[in-house]
Design a binder for this molecule. Sequence first.
Ligand SMILES: Cc1cc2nc3c(=O)[nH]c(=O)nc-3n(C[C@H](O)[C@H](O)[C@H](O)COP(=O)(O)OP(=O)(O)OC[C@H]3O[C@@H](n4cnc5c(N)ncnc54)[C@H](O)[C@@H]3O)c2cc1C
Length: 318
Amino acid sequence: MHHQTLIIGAGTAGLLAARVLHEAGARVTVFEKSRGLGGRLATKRVGDAVFDQGAQYFTVKDPRFATWVERWETAGVVARWPDGERMRYVGRPSMTAVAKVLAEGLDVKREHKVTAIGCCGDHWCVDVENHGCLRAERIILTAPVPQAVALLKAGDFALPEALATRLAALTYDPCLALLVTLGGRSRLPAEGVRREAGAIRWAADNQAKGVSPNVAAVTLHLAPDFSAEHYGRTDAEVLELVRAEAEDLIGAPVAGATLHRWKFSHARTTDPEPFIWWPEEQLGFAGDAFGGPRVEGAAVSGLALAECIKAELARGPA
Ligand SMILES: Cc1cc2nc3c(=O)[nH]c(=O)nc-3n(C[C@H](O)[C@H](O)[C@H](O)COP(=O)(O)OP(=O)(O)OC[C@H]3O[C@@H](n4cnc5c(N)ncnc54)[C@H](O)[C@@H]3O)c2cc1C
């Protein structure tokens, strides 16, 4: 199977890049290793409880991103979620709604886990778990950078030293997300709580947010240093470490808990450029490690790389 433009990752950056190139008439395919779309825009259901387990909301400053958010607001897949003076946006009914609407009409292949990317003459050879080796003319990598670099290494593709050093400098914090159900009513404010100290850095009541209509469901994000230290512990062990702090904050006993481990949650060090594009090899990198460690950063990165490739395609072969 031969693909013209292959995008690895159906998160914010990958889907927006795919959308722009698709709308410009390019033949684009997206490979996503998970069953769900959205990457770190993620929603999880546990029984009747529904949780936004990754990004909780997003903010908008860049006019390029604002245009898309306006479209989504008109379509009813995002809503405003103000916090005092600050305007924030959330997906409706949950954060993955944005990814679903972006993927409509695109060729997105889920459960396609890329395991290696190598260069074979004038095209790329892409190994995909359970699907064999596929060819592509152009590759856009939007997986977290350490994972993207590992794919090239597995395909024996050597990056030039300067580029390899630049990419190796991009690091991410882990985040343990504890998804808890309650044996009572939460007293968390509807807009969520961000804290500067303690193991719990963010708490949001998904019922108050409208994500979990029938059941109280609280997302707790644990601090980066705490998450790194306790990353390998079981769900029950992590819950016991934070139970007292959680119940004090929520104002109700924790009835059940599931842990999601985000190995790469927020980019800690980011590249100064919004993306990397290597025209001679037709290889690009985009994502929040380039645009800034949040949904908007990933979006702007994907959009900017797609615009660059679009302009190159419009110019035709050199
Ligand atoms: C716990 C948490 C809380 C956050 N809170 C906020 C917030 O409140 N506001 C905010 O703006 N941002 C927040 N963020 C950050 C925000 O979610 C990210 O910056 C943004 O979603 C990153 O998008 P992306 O497209 O760069 O990467 P991702 O969303 O990670 O997309 C990359 C995709 O690549 C796929 N992939 C990886 N490897 C492969 C492979 N080998 N083959 C195929 N597919 C692959 C992944 O499955 C994933 O879908 C949060 C993140 C986390 C984890």
